[in-house]
Ligand binder design. Structure first.
Ligand code: SAM
Length: 276
C-alpha cells in the first residue's frame, strides 16, 4: 500500500530509521501511503512550472508526491528538527528542487521565497491550521502570491470553511474563506490513513482564489464577523451594538432582526465597509 511514485525507501522505514515517533504537541499525524499523498497533490492542478509551499512536510510523504507530480520547486517549512535528515534525503534525490526551511510557518513571510507562480499544499498540523489559513486569506495585496491552496483539515473545520448561510457550521471562517476564494471539499480521509490515527475524520479542501472579490478592508471584515458570530444566537441589532447596532444595519439596508448566520458574504462586506 505504500505506492510506487519514486525509488526512495518506504515511509515506514524512514520513520524507523530516524526514530520519528509522532509528537501530539506538533499536531503530528503522518501519511504513509504514497498513493494517497499523490491523490492529494493531484487535487492542486498541474504542478509543472509552479513553486509549491508545503507546511509541515514531516517525514516527507506529501513532499515526495508533490515532487513526483512535477513541481518546479518545493519550499517546505518544518518546525520539528528531527525530520530534517529525512527531508535532506528527498532533497538529494531531487537535486535543486527541495528547499527546506527549519522554522515556524506562523512567522514565515512567504512571498519573497518564490520565483514563479505558487501553490500551497499541506497536510496541516491541526493545532495551527486555522491561524495559518486566516493569515493566507487576509494576505495583502490581493490577488495573493498563491494561485491555489490544497489543505487537509479536520472534517469539522472543512465543513465550516465551505458552509452556506443558514447552516449551523456557517460562521466567521466560512465568510473569510468565501469572500476571497471558492473552497470545496475534494474528499475525506479516515483516521486509519494516519500514523498515529487521530480520533476524527479529515478532509482535503481546495481553495480557488477569486481574482476580484467584493472590495473590502480585510481587517474590517474580520472585526464585523468576529463581533456578529461572538453572539450568533442574538439578533444582529443586539449582537452588533458595539459597532453601531440598528443605525449601522439601517445604513446597510439589512433587517436588524436577522441573525449572523443568515447574512450572505456580500452583506457582511457591506457592513464591514460601513465601519469607521
Ligand atoms: N506532511 C506530513 C504528512 O502528511 O505525513 C506531516 C503532516 S503532520 C499533520 C503536520 C506537520 O507539521 C508535522 O511534521 C509537524 O512537525 C509540522 N508542524 C507543526 N507545527 C508547525 C509549525 N508551526 N510550522 C511548521 N511546521 C509545523
Amino acid at each position: 500500500m505504500s505506492g510506487q511514485i519514486d525509488d526512495m525507501p518506504p515511509l515506514r522505514d524512514v520513520l524507523d530509521r530516524y526514530d520519528l515517533l509522532a509528537k501530539k504537541s506538533l499536531g503530528q499525524n503522518f501519511l504513509l501511503d504514497l498513493n494517497l499523498t499523490a491523490k492529494i497533490a493531484r487535487q492542486a492542478g498541474p504542478l509543472a512550472g509552479y513553486d509549491v509551499v508545503e507546511i509541515g512536510p514531516g517525514p516527507g510523504g506529501l513532499t515526495r508526491a508533490i515532487l513526483a507530480e512535477g513541481a518546479e520547486r518545493v519550499i517546505a517549512i518544518e518546525r520539528d528538527a528531527r525530520c530534517l535528515p529525512a527531508l535532506q534525503e528527498i532533497s538529494d534525490y531531487y537535486p535543486g528542487k527541495l528547499q527546506i526551511i527549519s522554522g515556524d510557518a506562523l512567522s514565515e513571510q512567504y512571498a519573497h521565497l518564490l520565483a514563479r507562480p505558487a501553490r500551497i499544499i499541506a497536510n496541516l498540523p491541526y493545532n495551527v491550521a486555522t491561524p495559518l489559513l486566516t493569515g493566507w486569506l487576509l494576505s495583502e495585496p490581493w490577488p495573493a502570491w498563491f494561485s491555489s491552496m490544497t489543505l487537509m483539515f479536520q472534517k469539522e473545520v472543512a465543513e465550516r470553511i465551505c458552509a452556506t448561510p443558514g447552516s449551523k457550521a456557517y460562521g466567521r471562517l466560512s465568510i473569510l474563506s468565501q469572500w476571497r476564494t471558492r473552497p470545496h471539499i475534494a474528499f475525506d480521509v479516515g483516521p486509519k490513513a494516519f500514523i498515529p490515527p487521530p480520533k476524527i475524520t479529515s478532509s482535503v479542501v481546495v481553495f480557488e482564489p477569486i481574482e476580484n472579490p467584493f472590495p473590502c478592508v480585510a481587517k474590517k471584515l474580520e472585526r464585523v464577523t468576529q463581533v456578529a458570530f461572538g453572539q450568533r444566537r442574538k439578533m444582529l441589532r443586539a449582537s452588533l451594538k458595539s459597532l453601531g447596532g440598528s443605525a449601522l444595519l439601517d445604513k446597510a439596508g439589512i433587517d436588524g432582526e436577522k441573525r449572523a448566520e443568515n447574512l450572505s458574504v456580500e452583506e457582511f462586506v457591506t457592513l464591514a465597509n460601513l465601519l469607521d
